[in-house]
Design a protein around this ligand. Structure first.
Ligand code: CO8
Length: 292
C-alpha cells in the first residue's frame, strides 16, 4: 500500500468521517459539524450586519462542501440587503487552514474539477460582493485562508502566536494569479514577490507592518467590533457610488477569472496531478499528522 492513498466519505448524523490512507497508514478524519452547519450565519439586529462564521472542525479546511456553504451564505447576505458582512471563524485559534489538502491528494479529475470550480465561484462571489465585507481573522490563516481574507475589503487580525500568508511554495505548489494579484495590491510588488517565493507566513505585528492587515485586535470580540466600525463608516456614503467604485476597481481580475476559468482549471489539474507534486502533498500530510 506504500504511496497509495484512498479516500472514502461516510455521512453520519452530525459527523463527516473520511478514511485517508497515506503511505500505508490509515487515518480517520472526523469533522464534527456545528449544529449540522459548516457555516454559521447570524445577523446583528442593531446594525443589520451579517456575521458569517466558518465552523468546520478541526481547522476550517476549505473543501467543496464548506466552500459551497460559504458561497450560499455570502449570496444570502447580499440578496437580503445586509448592511455588510463580517467573515470570521467559530474555531478558537484558526480562521482557516486553507484548501483542504485531502481534496487535492490522490483523487480523480472529476473531484478535482468540482472542487476547483467551487473555489473559483466562491472566490468570485466574495471578491465581487456588492456590500461592504471585512474579515475578523481570529487565528491561523495560511494559503486559501489568506486568500479569503485578502479578497474582503478590510482585515482585522487578532494578536497571538498564529500567522497568515500565501505559503504555497512550502507545499511545492503555486499560488495562482487570482491569489497573487490581491496580495500584490496589498503588499506591493517587491514585498509580495519575496513573500510568495519564500512562502512566508506573517505574525500579527508583521502582518500589520507590511499592510497585509489593516488593524490588530485583542480578541475576536474586539476584531468583530472593529470590522463593524469599518462597515458602519459607509453610513453616509451612497451605496451605489461605493459599489460601482469597488467593482470597477476590481474589474480587471473579475473579468480575467470569468474569461479564464477553464484555462485556470486545466492548469490546476495538470499541475496538481504531477507525480512530484502528489509526492510533496503526501509528505506534507504525513508531516501534519506527525507534528501532533
Ligand atoms: N487540509 C486538510 N487537513 C488539514 C489541513 C488542510 N489544509 N490543515 C490541517 N489539517 C488537518 C491535520 O492533518 C490534522 O488532521 P488529524 O486530526 O486527522 O490528524 C488536523 O487538521 C489538525 O491539524 P493540526 O494538528 O496541525 O492543528 P493545529 O491547530 O496544530 O495547527 C494549522 C493548525 C496551523 C492550520 C496547521 O494545521 C497547518 O499549518 N495546516 C496546513 C496549512 C496549509 O499549509 N495549508 C495550505 C493548503 S493549500 C492552499 O490553501 C492553496 C492551494 C493553492 C492551489 C495550488 C494549485 C497548484
Amino acid at each position: 500500500m506504500l504511496g497509495i492513498a484512498k479516500t472514502a466519505r461516510f455521512n453520519f448524523n452530525m459527523t463527516i468521517s473520511r478514511v485517508l490512507i497515506v503511505g500505508g497508514q490509515v487515518y480517520l478524519r472526523r469533522s464534527y459539524v456545528t449544529g449540522t452547519k459548516l457555516v454559521e450565519a447570524t445577523q446583528d439586529n442593531n446594525t443589520g450586519i451579517s456575521i458569517i462564521s466558518m465552523a468546520k472542525t478541526p481547522v476550517n479546511s476549505l473543501n467543496t462542501e464548506l466552500l459551497s456553504a460559504l458561497k450560499t451564505s455570502l449570496l444570502e447576505a447580499q440578496n437580503n440587503h445586509s448592511k455588510g458582512v463580517i467573515l470570521t471563524s467559530s474555531l478558537p485559534t484558526i480562521f482557516s487552514a486553507g484548501l483542504d489538502i485531502t481534496e487535492m491528494y490522490n483523487t480523480d479529475k472529476k473531484r478535482l474539477t468540482d472542487f476547483w470550480n467551487m473555489l473559483q465561484d466562491t472566490w468570485l462571489t466574495l471578491y465581487s460582493l456588492n456590500i461592504p465585507v471585512a474579515s475578523a481573522i481570529n487565528g491561523s490563516s495560511p494559503a486559501g485562508g489568506c486568500l479569503l481574507a485578502i479578497s474582503t475589503e478590510y482585515r482585522v487580525f487578532v494578536k497571538g502566536k498564529h500567522s497568515m500568508g500565501l505559503n504555497e511554495t512550502q507545499l511545492g505548489i503555486v499560488a495562482p494569479k487570482w491569489f497573487r494579484d490581491p496580495y500584490i495590491s496589498l503588499l506591493g510588488y517587491r514585498q509580495a514577490e519575496l513573500a510568495l517565493l519564500r512562502g512566508s507566513l506573517f505574525k500579527p505585528e508583521e502582518a500589520l507592518q507590511i499592510k497585509l492587515v489593516d488593524e490588530l485586535a485583542r480578541d475576536k470580540a474586539d476584531a468583530i467590533e472593529k470590522c463593524k466600525n469599518y462597515i458602519l463608516s459607509y453610513n453616509n456614503i451612497s451605496s451605489i457610488g461605493r459599489t460601482v467604485t469597488k467593482l470597477e476597481m476590481r474589474n480587471d481580475l473579475i473579468q480575467w477569472m470569468k474569461e479564464n476559468k477553464e484555462t485556470d482549471l486545466n492548469r490546476f489539474i495538470e499541475y496538481i496531478l504531477l507525480p512530484k507534486v502528489q509526492q510533496g502533498l503526501k509528505l506534507y500530510i504525513e508531516y501534519l499528522k506527525r507534528k501532533q
